[in-house]
Design a protein around this ligand. Sequence first.
Ligand SMILES: [Zn+2]
Ligand SMILES: [Zn+2]
Length: 289
Amino acid sequence: MDTSERRERHAVGPLERAATLLGVLLPILAVAAGAVLTWENLTTGRDIAIFAGMYVATSLGLTVGFHRMLTHRSFQARPAVRFVLLALGCMAGMADPVRWAAIHIEHHAHSDDDADPHSPVRGFFHAHMGWFLPGYPDDPDTYAPRLRDDRMVRFFQRTFWYWAALSFAVPFALGGWTGLLWGGWIRLFFTLHVTFAVNSICHTFGRAEFATGDRSRNNWPMGVLAFGEGWHNNHHAFPSSAMHGLYWWQVDLSGYVILGLERLRLVSHVRRVPPELRARRRLGAKAPP
Ligand SMILES: [Zn+2]
Ligand SMILES: [Zn+2]
């Protein structure tokens, strides 16, 4: 089944299409409003602190929770930790965990071929956000069937919109209207576009250190901004590794959080890439005699 056939079969309703469009447009308007307020000296230290706190917490929900824990099973978490990570991932406001995982598994299964949901082979803008603007259908039956029987995941699938709403209520409670602007809408802008940039920039610009058969690249500014997810060629080479930064200089905040949780015995079975495998798979490595 090609992409157009799948679009037909999983048609997205007008309500969801409108919500998707608003979810993209409102954060852009919020950034413009934030710039004006800052120019007029109306942005406070409290607004910036609320923004930073919400950005770090919800982004880690996506990177540590949705991506590394749920999608790639790169570690196991105690139920309470799993609950918090999935709640924060929902609060990032991108998608419910089943949809998020299904689309991402589809990306790994078809990286940069015709069935990749968001590859720059169809243009940089398509990879960044063009791919979902018509309402890209997810296909969890094919790509994430194991999540159907996961009661906690299904709870978050049902309650996604409540968590997304909570991610606006918290900054409003903490900082009023400007708290809502910075910790809600401007934070959503950065979460969305940094995540989209992993799909667009990290499949276009940077270095390939491993032969992966796709266009994935390691891009260090994205490694910092996206909390480690910018070491994307590493990730495509070793998808289940909990660490995306594979060398000490490859900054990987999400990976450090996982190692910290492991030290506190809150997570276990943390999957690592053995150094000899890493050395063997590296591009330009000598074949064994
Ligand atoms: Zn990728
Ligand atoms: Zn992945």
